[in-house]
Ligand binder design. Structure first.
Ligand code: SAH
Length: 372
């Protein structure tokens, strides 16, 4: 593992995302003993403190001195829970922008599918019914990629999220559920590889400071020329998922307009390089739109395109959004698509998104404003 990317905290950079060493250097620079760095780290990452003024381990006088240094926590603007226990949060950032994040609990067989239970396990019957808690994090406010089937791209693109704004989403879900987050998917609003530096810094902190295994982290990208290769150079153990969505350039361009400047063959070549450089298998995401890209011929063409590749295909049946009239395929055509890929020895699974009823499923996150 080699991530060494974070910067020292500065007055403009909130503390969330800083390493133990950086926090220690910071407290020492303020004339405090070095062990206060460890305390600060614990209060920020484990205790979830929102203001330095609330760190009771520090003297009142010093707290008053440092109270204005931001930690980088957002405030909760709104949340809603789907019947499957998935919770969508709208978080207000320091400049008033709103970003969406999603908490996705997975319950053990027979476990309760209610967040109330997950949040307060002692209140109800069978203990430990939560098997996994996944957070779907956003990396930008809005998204400039404008994929035709995705709600995020229908709104206005605003800006990249900072490292602290990314990490904050994970801590927020962890605190609300009262459970450790086990998995992170960078599949919320935005294109992670347009914000690589902050995404890498956030991954470092989520891994080393929050304690989430790199192998439990997935970064999803639509594919930006040369960025996948650059990402590979960091030799992370995270999973890279590439949103392919079509087996040829003509169809891909229709669904993903930014693909016009990045031929599918070049994308696949870069993906192959990624596998060579990292030794990690890569995932392809493929949204299934009835009659558009879900026909048997598409499955065959897809299998051919990714032949001889260490990869896994994740099929995502389309989640409806209001702006376009695509349809989710019938179960039968999904099964046929899967069978063809399997026959051609392609590792494949179907991912039914969670949180549909709370508009929290893949592609349903949209730009909100604080008046909503
Ligand atoms: N920008 C990144 C991550 C965001 S979206 C990317 O493109 O990969 C995460 C996944 O959800 C992507 O594969 C995206 O294409 C898919 N998605 C977007 N809209 C969807 C919809 N309406 N239904 C199902 N999946 C969708």
């Amino acid at each position: 593992m080699s991530i060494k990317l974070s910067e020292s905290p500065t007055t403009t950079q909130p503390l969330l995302g800083a390493t133990l060493e950086e926090l220690t250097a910071w407290v020492v620079s303020k004339g405090q003993p070095a062990f206060r760095g460890k305390q600060l780290h614990d209060w920020i990452y484990n205790k979830g403190v929102r203001s330095l003024a609330d760190i009771t381990a520090f003297s009142k006088q010093w707290r008053a001195e440092i109270a204005d240094t931001p930690i980088g926590r957002s405030t909760l603007h709104y949340n809603s829970e789907a019947p499957d226990g998935t919770v969508k949060y709208l978080l207000r950032l320091s400049d008033g922008e709103i970003v969406e994040t999603v908490g996705i609990p997975t319950f053990k067989r027979g476990g309760k599918s209610s967040r109330k239970y997950a949040r307060n396990p002692s209140s109800n019957s069978s203990p430990n019914s939560l098997e996994r808690l996944t957070v779907c994090v956003s990396t930008q406010v809005g998204c400039p990629m404008a994929c035709d089937f995705c709600a995020t791209g229908k709104g206005e693109y605003k800006r990249n999220l900072s490292r602290s704004e990314i990490i904050d989403q994970v801590l927020t879900v962890q605190e609300d559920f009262g459970e450790r987050v086990s998995n992170i998917v960078f599949m919320g609003m935005g294109e992670p590889l347009l914000n690589t530096k902050n995404v890498l810094d956030a991954i470092r902190a989520l891994n080393q400071d929050v304690g989430i295994g790199q192998r439990n982290i997935t970064v999803s990208t639509v594919g930006i020329r040369s960025r996948i290769r650059e990402f590979a150079q960091h030799h992370l153990q995270v999973t890279l998922a590439v949103s392919l969505h079509a087996p040829n350039q003509a169809l891909r361009e229709k669904l993903v307009p930014t693909a016009r400047s990045y031929p599918i063959e070049d994308l696949i070549t870069e993906c192959r390089e990624y596998v060579e450089i990292t030794g990690r298998r890569l995932s392809f995401e493929y949204i299934l739109l009835a009659g558009v890209n879900d026909l048997p011929e598409h499955a065959r063409e897809l299998a051919k395109l990714i032949r001889g590749f260490q990869c896994h295909v994740n099929l995502i049946p389309y989640n409806p959004i209001t702006e376009v009239d695509y349809k989710r395929p019938q179960r039968q055509s999904i099964e046929t698509f899967v069978d063809i890929l399997k026959e051609k020895n392609v590792a494949v699974s179907v991912r039914y998104s969670r949180g549909l009823e709370a508009d929290a499923a893949c592609g349903q996150l949209r730009v909100a404003n604080s008046n909503n």
